[in-house]
Structures are given as structure tokens and as C-alpha cells.
Write a protein that binds this ligand. Structure first.
Ligand code: NAP
Length: 319
């Protein structure tokens, strides 16, 4: 039978992947984490995290990821920064082929590929992407100093980011398709009390318009039937997420309607030896703490699947 190079390969280096990596490295598995960019995922572009237990004063997304990465590194987690071309998940030995042609094999896989911002899918969005249309307040907020901008969405991301954007913009208009926000109450309270934030309810953006300088105005469609124009130089579309599943063999994995991977409560997918954790999983609550917790559960399940094989690593008596 073909021998696998690794006992476990983790795909993706956000909170789920880093936690799975930490657990696997501490469990002395022969483990590799493959990440296409830099570790962190969506948390890296989260301005402030106020609900991760233990950080009593809150922590920036960047610092939280820095600590998670350092924590896994302390136990010697092997990482490879490269783009995956394809995955073969069926059978005893799973194969991952990178775009550079390198091939890695493992007995088990934990998929932590996360999610990305959903697009509005309206005229002008593509044309003005990077010239007034943004999906990341932490990345692009400083470009809108002393300007009037809009945020679309009513969830935690939209409201938290609207608050963040008031550090730069003179006015932030939140455009929401319903008459009440989905965001957690403490964020709602902060936003309603913030003098720089206005709300337009029961409204959707129909078109983004501009010129050679970038975005200039939004055509709004109000549910009552009428339309109006809102003059802004930037629009942040923060309307939820879609799964990073393009690389995954979706014919082999069960997914929900939106394309998120279905697992059981042990994070096992429908493919033996393949587990999933974090935002790529089909679930109702998406929090950093969930992602980290699921990463731990997925790794422990992978260890069980491996049958508690003897550790591959030499004894280290210095710890
Ligand atoms: P979300 O919770 O799914 O909210 C998406 C928002 O966008 C909703 O208000 C939704 O409206 C609106 N929306 C969706 N499609 C739209 C469209 N085509 N046009 C206009 N509006 C649209 O997404 P999220 O805020 O990005 O959060 C993603 C996950 O991360 C959630 O589980 C969230 O709790 C979590 N998160 C947590 C924190 C935190 O704990 N601090 C921070 C950020 C994110 P409806 O309300 O009408 O559906």
C-alpha cells in the first residue's frame, strides 16, 4: 500500500487551521499546514476582536493571529505557503497537488479553507472595485479620511466595520435591506449612539455610479417603491460570506445549498479521513472561538481516525 508522507495535512491557516495545527503539533503527529497567503484568514482583516475569551480588553485581529501562529510555531508546526491546484480525498492516502507541481500525501486532511466576502452583484460593482468599492474596512478605511461613505449590510461585520470606518470618514451611511439589524445588540447600541452613522432602512443598492476618479453616487431602491441617489465616494459591501470551496472536489464532499461543507459534530465530512473546521463548515454561528474550537475537535477526530498511532517524532526531553 502507498505510504503517506504525513499523518495529517491541514488546508488553510485561519483560526481553525492554526488551532488544528497547534493540537496536531502538540500531539506529535507528522503534520503539515498548507496556506495560500499568510496565516490569519478573515481575522487578519478584522480591526478589533472584543469577544475572544481571555483578552479582557479586546485584541486586534492582527495580534490575535500573530499569537495563534506563534503558539502553533512553539510546538514546531510545519507550514507551507503555496497555492493548491487540486485535492484527491478518496481512498486511504489523500493527495494534494500544488500549483508549482509539488505533491503531498496524507492519511487524514482537515479542510479549513474559510470563506470570503459575498458580492452585491449589481452594475458598477466590478467596474469600481478598488476605486471606491471595498469588502474590507480594516484594509481600505484609511483611504476614506474626511469623506462620506456607505456600508451595505446589517450583520456583525457591517456594523462593527461601520463603527471602525467612523475613525476616518465624516459620515457613514448604513444601508440595510430590512427594518432591523441582525448584528449583536452591543454593536447595534454603539452604532445607534454614534453621531457619524446614519441608517437607511428597507433599501437596497441598485447601481454604483462614478467617473474616472472612482465612485460618486449610489442608486438606491427603497422597498416602498421609490428610488433615490446617495452621494458617497466609497461603498463597503459587507453582506455575508461565501465558501472558499473552488479547489475542493465537490463531487466527493457533501455540501449545503450555499456550498459550505456538511460535517457531523466530530467535524467528519462524508469522506473517511477528511474533516472540516471553521467558516467552510455548514453551520449557523460563525465566530472566531467556534472556528478555533472546531479546529481542535477536527484534529482530535483525525487522531482517533489514525488509530492513536505511535508518534512519528523523536522524543524531545527539553520541554
Ligand atoms: P451575516 O451575519 O450573514 O449578515 C449579512 C448581512 O447582509 C445581513 O444583515 C443581510 O440581511 C445582509 N445581506 C445579505 N445579502 C444581501 C444582499 N444581497 N443585499 C443586501 N444585504 C444583504 O454576515 P456577516 O455580518 O458578514 O457575518 C458573517 C458571520 O461572521 C456571522 O456568523 C457573524 O455573526 C460572524 N461575525 C461575528 C463578529 C463578532 O462576533 N464580533 C464579527 C463579524 C462577523 P438580512 O439581515 O436581511 O439577512
Amino acid at each position: 500500500m502507498q505510504q503517506a508522507q504525513y499523518q495529517l495535512i491541514i488546508v488553510g491557516g485561519g483560526p481553525a487551521g492554526l488551532t488544528a495545527g497547534l493540537y496536531a503539533a502538540r500531539g506529535r503527529l507528522k503534520v503539515l499546514l498548507i496556506e495560500k497567503g499568510t496565516t490569519g484568514g478573515q481575522v487578519l482583516v478584522t480591526d478589533w476582536v472584543d469577544n475572544y475569551p481571555g483578552f479582557t480588553e479586546g485584541v486586534s485581529g492582527f495580534d490575535l493571529i500573530d499569537k495563534m501562529t506563534a503558539h502553533a510555531d512553539r510546538f514546531g508546526l510545519e507550514k507551507k505557503f503555496a497555492t493548491i491546484k487540486s485535492l484527491q480525498l478518496a481512498g486511504d492516502v489523500k493527495t494534494i497537488t500544488l500549483e508549482n507541481g509539488e505533491i503531498f500525501t496524507a492519511k487524514t486532511i482537515v479542510l479549513c479553507t474559510g470563506a470570503k466576502p459575498r458580492q452585491l452583484d449589481i452594475p458598477g460593482e466590478y467596474e469600481f472595485k478598488g476605486r471606491g468599492v471595498s469588502y474590507c474596512a480594516t484594509c481600505d478605511g484609511p483611504f476614506y479620511r474626511n469623506q462620506e461613505i456607505a456600508v451595505v449590510g446589517g450583520g456583525n461585520t457591517a456594523i462593527q466595520d461601520a463603527l471602525h470606518l467612523t475613525k476616518f470618514a465624516t459620515k457613514v451611511t448604513v444601508i440595510h435591506r430590512r427594518g432591523e439589524l441582525r448584528a449583536t445588540k452591543i454593536l447595534q447600541e454603539k452604532a445607534f449612539c454614534n453621531q457619524k452613522i446614519d441608517f437607511i432602512w428597507n433599501t437596497q443598492v441598485k447601481e454604483i455610479r462614478g467617473d474616472k476618479n472612482g465612485v460618486a453616487e449610489l442608486l438606491l431602491s427603497h422597498h416602498a417603491g421609490e428610488e433615490s441617489i446617495l452621494k458617497v465616494t466609497g461603498i463597503f459591501a459587507l453582506i455575508g460570506i461565501s465558501p472558499n470551496n473552488e479547489l475542493l472536489p465537490l463531487d466527493q464532499l457533501q455540501t449545503d445549498k450555499a456550498g459550505f461543507i456538511v460535517t457531523d459534530e466530530e467535524m467528519a465530512t462524508t469522506v473517511p479521513g477528511v474533516f472540516a473546521a471553521g467558516d467552510i463548515r455548514s453551520k449557523k454561528s460563525r465566530q472566531i472561538i467556534n472556528a478555533a474550537g472546531e479546529g481542535a475537535v477536527a484534529e482530535l477526530s483525525a487522531e482517533r481516525y489514525l488509530g492513536n498511532q505511535a508518534p512519528d517524532q523523536p522524543l524531545n526531553c527539553s520541554e
